[in-house]
Design a protein around this ligand. Structure first.
Ligand code: NAD
Length: 535
């Protein structure tokens, strides 16, 4: 029995009844919502607009699965442009009052949100496991890292402080203030259905904006759960809205004249598309894309520790992390002992249903994705790589499982090296020197995370200086920055200037204003047509 079993009552509270799977059709008859709903017991997952659930009226929806069983459990509404407009309108209506809300009250509310999220984190973790597939301990880890961002936002009075210069010129003071943008939107990926939205809504709302979230259609329920929790904490209706959907909803947000900014996290082609279109319609945009993270192991590294790290970072969350290690670059004669150490550890990774507390790695998110990931193992020998461990062997028939795979002799021309596989397939690339290893990283089109394993402090320092990536780990395989720094990659891993959460998020979600003020003193008043000088 899983320790965090979500009772039926909790699920009933979260979702609509089966009846709401149907909606009035033309002429008043009830018609099935969409052709894509193939499971009669699937629960409908609606939008959240203006502080309540709103059923979509498009007649389009997407299937949501339990990846551990492979069965469809939900059907998520896909919004029309009009439904997106309704969510933006709700946010617009809520903005004037929310903007007026004092920093003290906002901080107090964020403390309440923090307490509620902390107390109920096991509930949302169970939802993540059931829709994403990641194991419960990992889902709890996701919620905990997201909570750190909420905690950081409890300090919003300090984070929004401006600067003040008294007597900048005689009798004149100058000071800076930061003001919210208005209605801001976030579009998020499937792999962190709770944490990545928290990266966005927490700093956006704390800074005084109203938020419209378009979560991944693959695992959307956590966003509804969060919406309920924010209302329970006392967030006014309309400050946080959720529109479910696909490209139609995304395009409607990108084009909407009342949306001031777009935060996006997802794959590189969509990140590029979102950035180009958001900025073309005059919006501020930060669009985080995909990754191909290298872990370089120097000959002096502790082989056992490096192998442990490669296993943890390569197969954790079944490799479906943008900070997952997908290439181990073995420098010099460390290669063979390292491959042996990783191979020897792989059978110890317990793969199974994420609700089972003994599982360490769950299934992949969908059957299609599992098959795509498996194709890299299938094609590896044809490209010249060696399949050291074949994860297609011994998988259960039910669910979207794939066991860990290890490829050796992967070279930069191979698809297994070039593509972001986003699954439990670790490739080893053998190089002769440190310079060759760094060149590989720097020539990659991505620049999200990178890690170096060594016992040489001088080499580590040189690496920090040389490497072209936004997040660097020294003997740390998944260097996700703490909440009071900011998260973001370089090159095709980020389109835009500002990273997410931390200080850069406050900059992203606010506009600066500088006030130059003089209080009239008739004794010093005179006409001066020259350009203002400081005196
Ligand atoms: P995705 O790009 O397929 O989807 C992301 C979002 O874009 C979803 O909300 C989806 O509905 C929407 N979308 C998908 N296709 C679209 C289209 N054609 N037009 C408009 N919108 C569209 O990404 P995913 O598969 O959900 O997530 C995995 C990807 O996200 C990986 O590439 C991973 O590296 C990346 N990711 C990056 C980071 C980061 O911080 N850089 C973090 C997490 C995930």
């Amino acid at each position: 029995m899983a320790p965090f079993h979500l009772g039926a009552a909790a699920w009933a509270g979260l979702f609509h009844s089966a009846e709401s799977m149907f909606q009035p059709g033309h002429g008043g008859t009830l018609v099935p919502m969409t052709e894509t709903v193939d499971a009669p017991t699937a629960t409908r997952i609606p939008h959240w607009i203006g502080g309540r659930r709103v059923d979509g009226g498009s007649g389009r929806s997407g299937p949501v699965y339990n990846p551990a069983t492979g069965r469809q459990t939900g059907a998520v509404d896909f919004a029309t442009a009009e439904e997106v407009d309704a969510a933006v309108q709700a946010a617009r209506d809520a903005f004037p009052a929310w903007r007026q809300t004092s920093l003290a009250k906002r901080a107090e509310l964020f403390f309440r949100i923090r307490e509620l999220l902390h107390a109920r984190r096991e509930e949302v973790a169970a939802i993540l496991t059931r829709e994403h597939g990641k194991v419960l301990s990992d889902a709890l880890g996701e919620v905990t890292r997201g909570l750190e961002v909420v905690e950081h936002c409890c300090g919003i009075p300090t984070l929004l402080k401006g600067e003040h210069s008294e007597q900048a010129s005689t009798g004149i003071d100058v000071y800076s203030i930061r003001q919210p943008l208005g209605v801001v939107a976030g579009i998020t990926p499937f792999n962190f259905p709770a944490m990545v939205p928290m990266w966005m809504w927490a700093p956006a709302i704390a800074s005084g904006n109203c938020f419209v979230l378009k979560p991944s259609e693959k695992d959307p329920s956590a966003s509804l759960w969060v919406a309920e929790l924010l209302r329970e904490a006392g967030l006014p209706d309309g400050v946080f809205n959720v529109v479910m959907g696909d490209k139609v909803a995304v395009d409607a947000l990108l084009e909407h004249p009342d949306v001031a900014s777009i935060s996006f996290v997802g794959s590189t082609p969509i990140a590029r598309y979102v950035y180009e279109n958001a900025t073309a319609s005059g919006k501020r945009c930060q669009a985080l894309g995909g990754a191909k993270n290298h872990m370089i192991v120097l000959p002096d590294a502790d082989v056992g520790a490096a192998a442990d790290a490669a296993i943890s970072a390569g197969y954790g969350s079944a490799g479906e992390r943008c900070m997952a290690v997908s290439v181990v670059v073995a420098v010099g004669d460390v290669a063979q002992p390292l491959v042996d150490a990783i191979r020897e550890r792989i059978p110890r990774v317990r793969v199974g249903d994420g609700m089972d507390p003994s599982s360490e790695m769950g299934p992949l998110v969908t059957g299609d994705h599992r098959d795509r990931v498996a194709s890299y193992v299938e094609n590896a020998p044809g490209e010249g790589a060696t399949v050291v461990v074949d994860g297609r062997e011994g998988v259960p028939e039910e669910g979207f499982f794939l066991n860990p795979s290890l490829l050796d002799g992967v070279t930069p021309e191979m698809k297994a090296y070039v593509d972001e596989i986003f699954g439990p397939v670790l490739g080893v690339t053998r190089v002769a020197t440190y310079d060759e290893a760094v060149r590989l990283v720097n020539e990659s089109p991505y620049g999200n995370g990178v890690a170096l394993f060594t016992r040489d402090g001088g080499a580590a320092r040189q690496f920090e200086f040389d490497v072209q990536a936004g997040m660097v780990g020294i003997n740390v395989p998944v260097p996700v920055p703490v909440a009071y720094y900011s998260f973001g990659g370089w090159k095709s891993s980020l389109f835009g200037d500002l990273h997410v959460y931390g200080p850069e998020a406050i900059g992203f979600y606010t506009r600066g204003k500088v006030v130059t003020s003089r209080w009239p003193d008739p004794a010093t008043s005179r006409i001066d047509l020259g350009f203002p000088q400081t005196r």
